[in-house]
Design a protein around this ligand. Structure first.
Ligand code: GRG
Length: 299
C-alpha cells in the first residue's frame, strides 16, 4: 500500500467511525424524546421534529470525541451530548419564531412554528429544555456531585449570561452598527458558550488536569467564533438548508468586513483552535479531522 492509499483508507475509516457515532446519537435522541403514538399530541411531535430533523449533531459529536480523547468511554457522554442537542434544538425553535428571526426553513424543512403553530413551538422548546435537564440528572455513569456541577454549567450556559443574553444582544443591538468587539461578544454568547460548556462537561467526566481544561476552553472560544462566522457566511449560500438573507441589515462581521476577510478570520480561528487541541491531546485526536469534514460539508 502506498502512503496515499494508506491515508485514503485511514480517512474513509474515520468517516465511517464518525458516521456511526452520529447514527448512535440519532438513535439515542429518538429514545430519549417522547415516543410517537398519539398524533394529537402536537407538543411531543414538535419536540421530535425540532430535534430529529437532520442537523449536523456537531455538539454531541464534539462532546463524545472530547471525552474519548481523554480516555472516557461513550456511555455517559452520549446522553450528555443528547441533552446538549436538545438544548440546541430548543434554541433553534425559538430563534426561528416570528418575534425573533421569523424563519420559514430550518434543516431543509418548514420551521416548527409553521408546522405546528407558535403556541406549540414555545411549549415544545420549554419541554425540550426541561427534558435536557432531566436527562442530565438521570445519568447513572456520572457521580452525583459532577451531575450537579453539569446542571449548573448548563443553567449558566442557557441563562442571562449565556444564550439568552447572546440572543437578546443579537436581536436588539444587532439592528444598530456595532464595533468588532461587540459583535465578537454576541457571537461568544450566542454560540461559543455552549461549546465551552460541552468541553467543560467532557473534561469533568474524564480528567482532573487543569491545564487540559484551559486548553479545551481556549479551543471552545476559537471554535465558537469560527462557527458563528461560518454560519454568517452561509447566510447568502444557495445550498443552505435555512432561509437566505436573514442577516440583511444586521450588524455582523460580514457586514463590517466583507466575506473575504471573514473567511480569512474563520481560518485564523480554526488554526488557533487546532493549536489548543494539540496542547490538550498531543498529535492523535479526532476533533480536528472531524471539524474539517464539517466545515467542508463532507459530514
Ligand atoms: C432557551 C435554549 C434556549 C435559548 C434561548 C433563542 C435563544 C435563547 C438562543 C438562540 C441562539 C442561536 C440561534 C444561536 C445560533 C447558533 C448556531 C450557529 C446555530 C446553527 O448551528 P448548527 O450549524 O445547526 O450546528 P444544525 O442544524 O446543524 O444543528
Amino acid at each position: 500500500m502506498t502512503k496515499m492509499e494508506m491515508d485514503a483508507s485511514l480517512h474513509s475509516g474515520l468517516i465511517k467511525q464518525l458516521a456511526d457515532m452520529r447514527e448512535r446519537i440519532e438513535k439515542r435522541l429518538d429514545e430519549l424524546l417522547p415516543q410517537e403514538g398519539d398524533e394529537r399530541d402536537l407538543v411531543a411531535l414538535a419536540m421530535r421534529e425540532g430535534t430529529l430533523a437532520p442537523g449536523k449533531r456537531v455538539r454531541p459529536m464534539l462532546l463524545i470525541l472530547a471525552a474519548e480523547g481523554l480516555g472516557h468511554s461513550e456511555d455517559a457522554s452520549l446522553d450528555l451530548g443528547c441533552a446538549v442537542e436538545m438544548i440546541h434544538a430548543a434554541s433553534l425553535v425559538l430563534d426561528d419564531m416570528p418575534c425573533m428571526d421569523n424563519a420559514q426553513l430550518r434543516r431543509g424543512r418548514p420551521t416548527v412554528h409553521l408546522k405546528f403553530g407558535q403556541d406549540v413551538a414555545i411549549l415544545a422548546a420549554i419541554a425540550l429544555l426541561s427534558r435536557a435537564f432531566g436527562v442530565v440528572a438521570a445519568i447513572k455513569d456520572v457521580p452525583p456531585a459532577n451531575r450537579t456541577r453539569i446542571v449548573e454549567i448548563l443553567a449558566d450556559t442557557v441563562g442571562m449570561q449565556g444564550l439568552v443574553r447572546g440572543q437578546y444582544q443579537d436581536l436588539r443591538e444587532g439592528q444598530h452598527s456595532r464595533c468588532a468587539e461587540e459583535i465578537a461578544l454576541t457571537n461568544r454568547l450566542k454560540t461559543g458558550v455552549l461549546f465551552g460548556a460541552i468541553m467543560d462537561m467532557a473534561w469533568l467526566i474524564s480528567s482532573d488536569d487543569e491545564r487540559v481544561r484551559l486548553e479545551l476552553q481556549g479551543f471552545a472560544t476559537e471554535l465558537g467564533q469560527a462557527f458563528q462566522l461560518y454560519d454568517d457566511l452561509q447566510d447568502d449560500a444557495f445550498d443552505n438548508a435555512k432561509d437566505q438573507g436573514k442577516d440583511k441589515g444586521k450588524s455582523t462581521f460580514v457586514s463590517l468586513y466583507g466575506q473575504q476577510k471573514v473567511a480569512e478570520q474563520l481560518h485564523a480561528h480554526l488554526s488557533r483552535a487546532d493549536k489548543h487541541l494539540h496542547q490538550a491531546y498531543g498529535d492523535a485526536q479526532a476533533i480536528s479531522p472531524y471539524l474539517k469534514l464539517v466545515f467542508f460539508k463532507a459530514l
